[in-house]
Ligand binder design. Structure first.
Ligand code: ATP
Ligand code: MG
Length: 291
């Protein structure tokens, strides 16, 4: 399960392997600090993170609250710049645009626009004819199974449906890279399970390079080729775990596989240790969590 080149000590951690060895996302000794208030000592959000994610790989970023998961995604999207090190997306500096899709936990839909108009918004930066645009919108709405709700407004949709609109909007430009920040965290357990299946199915068709942030060990194992475990304060890579479960994983009960349970036991234990060892966690130093 451990890879010999895993390195909390800053050595490059490679999560390539699998289908395509071309590097999709590369973090090279990346650091990022934030000052909570002007003049205050900056907090190191990410420190010395080196990571190579292969093209068309699905990588889950797992870690307790405050370990820099969202910061990593924002850096990968070019929304913020690193203080140290560099980031490359298919060899180029990150730049927000149609090549990178971002799915936010909070959906961020436009309330006065219909489902179709929200998805069309994702195509804003592309030079398409009216017919091509309409085609793309319809195709992506169909992909997430919302064709019958194309003319509905977000307020009339369930949480799961809204999240699917956000997913269709991110997928519409057919991005090479898809960044997802806890996209299913606020969806009920049943819908979440269905959405995980949907995402696996869509990814099998589209094959983008995915960075998927989650707090959930089970979700990470179910979806990912590799799991990058981060420790908090400062955010750093502790371990990269290969998920050697067969694909597609929606054709069998992956959670019942002995390998799934083994991975879960290991990762849950690691997460528990990280939380109990974090002085700013409310669980710091306690040891009542079952293991
Ligand atoms: N804009 C900002 N200004 C100040 N501090 C920030 C900013 N963004 C992030 N931080 C700090 O950087 C650290 C990492 O934050 P980040 O949001 O990346 O963590 P996270 O792993 O996504 O957490 P969560 O699981 O709660 O979403 C935290 O200590 C956070 O308070
Ligand atoms: Mg976050």
């Amino acid at each position: 399960m451990h890879r010999s080149d895993d390195g909390p000590d800053g050595r490059p951690v490679s999560v390539t392997g699998g289908r395509n060895p071309e590097a999709g996302i590369v973090f090279d000794a990346v650091g990022k600090s934030f000052a909570a208030t002007r003049g205050a000592t900056p907090i190191s959000a990410i420190k010395d993170v080196s990571l190579t994610i292969g093209a068309e790989q699905f990588v889950a970023v797992l870690g307790p609250s405050g370990c820099g998961k969202t910061t990593l995604l924002r850096l990968a999207d070019g929304l913020i710049q690193p203080d140290a090190g560099s980031i490359r997306i298919f060899g180029n500096p990150p730049q927000p645009g149609p090549d990178i899709g971002f799915v936010f936990q909070s959906f961020r839909l436009i309330p006065w626009a219909t489902v179709a108009q929200n998805v069309e918004f994702g195509l804003m930066d592309l030079d398409l004819t009216k017919a091509e645009r309409a085609d793309r919108v319809a195709q992506n709405i169909d992909l997430v199974g919302l064709s019958r709700a194309a003319d509905a407004y977000p307020a009339t949709l369930s949480g799961g449906m809204r999240q699917r609109v956000a997913l269709a909007r991110a997928l519409a430009p057919d991005p090479r890279v898809l960044l997802m920040d806890e996209p299913f965290a606020s969806i009920d357990a049943q819908t979440r399970e269905l959405m995980q299946g949907e995402l696996m199915r869509i990814w099998a068709q589209r094959k983008s390079t995915v960075m998927f942030v989650t707090h959930s060990v089970d979700e990470a194992i179910l979806l990912a080729d590799q799991i990058v475990l981060l420790a908090p304060r400062p955010g750093r890579v502790v371990e990269v775990v290969n998920v050697d479960l067969e694909r597609p994983r929606w054709t069998f009960d992956a959670r019942a596989e002995p390998r799934f349970m083994e991975l879960r036991r290991h990762l849950a234990e690691q997460m528990r240790k990280l939380v109990l060892a974090d002085p700013s966690s409310e669980f710091f130093g306690r040891d009542f969590v079952p293991h």
